[in-house]
Design a protein around this ligand. Sequence first.
Ligand code: ATP
Ligand code: MG
Length: 396
Amino acid sequence: MITYDHIMIRFGELSTKGKNKKDFIRTLADNVKNALKDWPSLSFETRYDHIYVGLNGLDYHPIIERLQDVSGIHALSLVYRCSKEIEDMKQSTLNLIKEEEGKTFKVKVKRGDKTYPLISDEITRIVASHILRNTEHLKVDVHNPDILLSIEVRQEAAYIFCKTYLGAGGYPLGVGGKTMHMLSGGIDSPVAAYLMMKRGVSIECIHFASPPYTQMGVIYKLEDLLKVLTRYQPRIRLHIVPFTKIQEAIYDNAPESYCITLMRRMMFRLADALSKRRKCPVISSGESIGQVASQTLQSMHVINAVTNTPVIRPLATTDKLEIIKISKKIGTYDISIRPYEDCCTIFTPKAPKTMPHQDEVEEFEKKFDYESMIRDAINNVEVKIITSETQDNDLL
Ligand code: ATP
Ligand code: MG
């Protein structure tokens, strides 16, 4: 009996990338192999516009599912690799279509090998009439078929398939460089991290911790979140910045309503310093316009004024419900909603400024030597590396 023996990976957006294409494909091929390392018997073949994964008899379901998380893949087809002999194609398509459910079909042929002696229409006609002659229940429907049987005739072989699955889209992780991502442990920032990764940008994370006001529980939570995100990036570096002294200095030197603005300016200064040290050309965060007082446009302007480093906010215009939907899809939601104290929530002012003034903010900042505190904090960063292999006990 004939069964599907390969998964054909299509690149989608990559095809528009001209001379960078080779690098992209090499990176994607590495990422694909890495994502599938739990199945050592799979084989891989990288060609100009597809990657083929040889199943070697393995069940395709978990493999397709795993590949759907790999960014840079536009679509995945479950294919049978067949010789280009027309008799072979006739026999194989017939055998494969018999296993499919449905009453109507359409044959679609793509002739990548332009030297092939038969043109697409001829192949379509020969194959379709062979199927019609040898089955009882199947009819042709070119507009809305139950089964779309595709044949791609390429240089090395012909590929036959009926099933195509959507990939994650975006670009292969790593081709877009690296960001210093601000990770808070809430719902938004892990989703923003995922969107950066999907765009091909790998992440390092920075977290501001204020012990004893914030608990170790927050760190475990971050580690759990990152463990989920290792599905998309196998090794993630988490920088934990001691923030307590800076936060206390802010509360000693500024009115309550301005504390959040000052705190967030300090966060961006720290993220900026670390991004330079770690050679990340951008910073990213989970901010969304209007969500809280510190995320009004005026707040963002005053907060952002402390750095020239571009700040990417993938969720800037995304509604909370949509953010929640993505967080459920990627598996971070249940961890994000665990109760915890963040440094932003412990001293929440009753009436935070939604329209802070930069000159006032600067006056408050002059009252304490925050620059040396920032240097100190950066020099005392604690680093954790989270990998897909990290055991739960390693995290405790
Ligand atoms: P989230 O759901 O990601 O916690 P939020 O809606 O609670 O976001 P804020 O607390 O105002 O919003 O934070 C906005 C963004 O600032 C976060 O998405 C995150 O990128 C960053 N941020 C906030 N607190 C911290 C923190 N303690 N450490 C690192 N980044 C932080
Ligand atoms: Mg938060």
